[in-house]
Design a protein around this ligand. Structure first.
Ligand SMILES: *Cc1c(COP(=O)(O)O)cnc(C)c1O
Length: 227
């Protein structure tokens, strides 16, 4: 089912549709234009873009946001002024950062796909990605994240993470520095192996959040680590 159909289905059945737009950001996708009621963001990631705050945002009609605000008021969650300042400042470069990160991710994905050590590369900008056509139609850019699997499996993935020099081996995403993780042991460690397999998350899958470094430096570093 495509995203606008999810929103239409919810509307037709009197449901409130909620979408997490963290990875796309409003630069690549504006869910309200497609009928979603509430849009949630981890502002910790691309919106702030500098890996130095933990924040979140909810957007939607006043009626729907009021339901969320009531809960927030009772739980007491409230961002401190300095974090607000950093987020406000970070937002000013969001469009530029996204443009660089999307272009860099596609260039790196293309370069990785040519390396003999790499079994499969996942990025919606690659023409052979199963969602390539849909992503191009729906999104204003194909994202700053990519993932890949190696011919050498888990042992190879572990060696790659040890040998890469530019990226930090850490979770999170959307910051200025490139970050690499193995989701089976980090973001998706809480899922059963079967649930991970259903989502296409193999044990050797490496996830990369492309940062703001020079693209050619990252390609050189990845190529050296994979050789
Ligand atoms: C990180 C993340 C979250 C959680 O956000 P925090 O700001 O870390 O609490 C939620 N959704 C997505 C898609 C994320 O990447």
């Amino acid at each position: 089912m495509a995203l606008p159909e999810v929103a239409r289905f919810a509307k037709a059945h009197g449901l409130i549709s909620i979408i997490d737009n963290t990875l796309a950001t409003p630069i690549l996708f504006r869910p309200a234009e497609h009928g979603f009621d509430l849009i949630v963001h981890s502002a910790t990631k691309y919106l702030n873009g500098h890996s130095d705050i933990v924040a979140g945002a909810v957007a939607g009609s006043a009626k729907h946001v009021a339901l969320v605000k009531h809960k927030v008021d009772h739980f007491g969650g409230s961002l401190d002024p300095h974090a607000c300042f950093l987020l406000h400042r970070g937002l000013k470069t969001l469009a530029l950062r996204m443009r660089h990160q999307c272009a860099s991710a596609l260039e790196i994905a293309t370069a990785l796909a040519r390396l003999p050590a790499v079994k499969r590369v996942h990025h919606a900008g690659l023409p052979d990605h199963r969602d390539h056509a849909r992503a191009k139609q729906l999104l204003g850019g194909l994202g700053g994240m990519l993932a890949f699997e190696l011919e050498a499996g888990v042992a190879g993935a572990t060696r790659f993470l040890e040998r890469m020099r530019l990226p930090a081996h850490a979770p999170s995403l959307g910051g200025p520095e490139t970050l690499a993780t193995r989701p089976a042991t980090t973001s998706h460690a809480g899922l059963s192996p079967e649930a991970r397999a259903r989502q296409g998350i193999t044990d050797d899958l490496i996830r990369i959040s492309i940062g703001l470094e020079a693209t050619e430096d990252l390609i050189e570093d990845f190529t050296a680590a994979l050789s």
